[in-house]
Design a protein around this ligand. Sequence first.
Ligand SMILES: [Zn+2]
Length: 541
Amino acid sequence: MLRITGGKVYDPANGIDGVIKDICIADGRIVAQAEGGQSIDASGMMVLPGGVDVHTHVAGGALNFARGLVPENQRAARKFLHTPELRSGLGGMTPTTFATGYLYAGMGWTTVNEAAVPILSARHTHEELHDIPIVDKTSLVLMGNNEFVLDLLESDDVERAQHIVSWLIWAAKAYGVKAVNPGGVAAWKWGKDAKTLSAPVEGYSRVTPAKIISNLARIVDELGLPHPLHLHCNNLGVPGNVATTIETMKVLEGRRAHMAHLQFHAYGGDDWSTMRSESAQLAEHFNRQTNLTADAGAVLFGDAVTITADGPWQHLLHELTGRKWGNLDVENETGCGIVPYVYKDRNLVNAVQWAVGLELLLLIDDPWRIFLTTDHPNGGCFWRYPEIIRLLMDVEFRKEEVKKLPAKAQKRIVLADLDRQYTLSEIVIITSAGPARSLGLTQKGHLGVGADADVTIYQEKPDDGRLFTYPRYVIKGGDIVVEEGDVRAVTNGREFIVHPACDDTIEEYLRPMFEKVYTISFENYPVDLERLRRAEVQACR
Ligand SMILES: [Zn+2]
């Protein structure tokens, strides 16, 4: 039993905006009243629901590929030494499993969504997710280039495609469906991309990116998954791609969808020398289409490592930068590319990217539909989120930062004209309440009775003057895990998965296909539920 007294509570999901009230906890959940037990005096502090990251990359094959390809990042990383309470590990660009949990919890975040899992590496991904302590986890399975699905769309057998998607989600023990550069990663197997939404994908005559997007969005809806289709649009990162992004939104009209790392999809211009921000145009469209949510994918200056299933984009990035490049092909399912990268404030393109992420967060008017992410580790590391929060809350500081950009870049952005400052309540929405709602995690992102007791407490007036830099307390599932920004106790997080309905006879279709085209046996393919150890099946609608 735990009672948090005297703190200013910010709980936007329940309409509470800076009200001094007690929060009571029993058996890991928020309750109306709790007698006896421990209490925390939170006078002079803000009490918020724990942070929820809607899009991050923290476990699985791509992370390990990045660690192997860029060992110098590991050498330079912050070291976590073994103590009686903590396991050893490395922080840095791609924190190792235990360190990932310590860093997220140490920042006040208590739930994370691993946004890209190939089914073939799902077993390993779950092993790593299991080893990430404290935080709860969900994961999304990659489906936008799955050849079973694409082949069925080619023959317009959409009903069977739906059963296959459903079967594959459960095989991967995933929570939702992600599509990365729909059709483009399949085309990359022949060195091609999918740049036009209405053009057939290489190797197909009747499958287009638009057809993949609309069918996957429909299938996810019909399966009743808690989180809508999670979409990484075509033409990520390239000048002029705002046209593709807006066209994608038209394809999605009337459907729910989550658009990932929108910053990377909001550029105008014809080439790299004319690239400019189109965040105003994109935000205008997005504001009207209320069925969509998005995350920012904001960029911070400094070192990063880009890791994505978007193989053709990674090859282009390698050609543009001359940096080393790694490419993986995941048979029949997806691909993966790794390129280390540095965002430089003197670089025109990087300066525009930095501005676009902030512009979208400021120009999209409903904070319930745009969430704080850096597409970790692509645009910057998740443990740098407080830097973005400061830029959103302090317009004077932000304008000073804009003035440091190259004059040429300042003409390509609108950030200097934006005076909006985020309120505390809005910060809670974009870091916790909104992502929880978009993920369909009804027990997360709020402090109402029955919610999981994931609570972050910050000083209202921290010594260094910067809000959200480190929490005074973090409570996860009712346990005090962080004090003064340091991890004091380590708990195990859970994994949320879904089990959508599926026609069992689909295995009769899949088994012979498997024997024909896969390099592993059918029996060896699905992840056994027992391997997850702390799984909790969330209901489909
Ligand atoms: Zn991502």
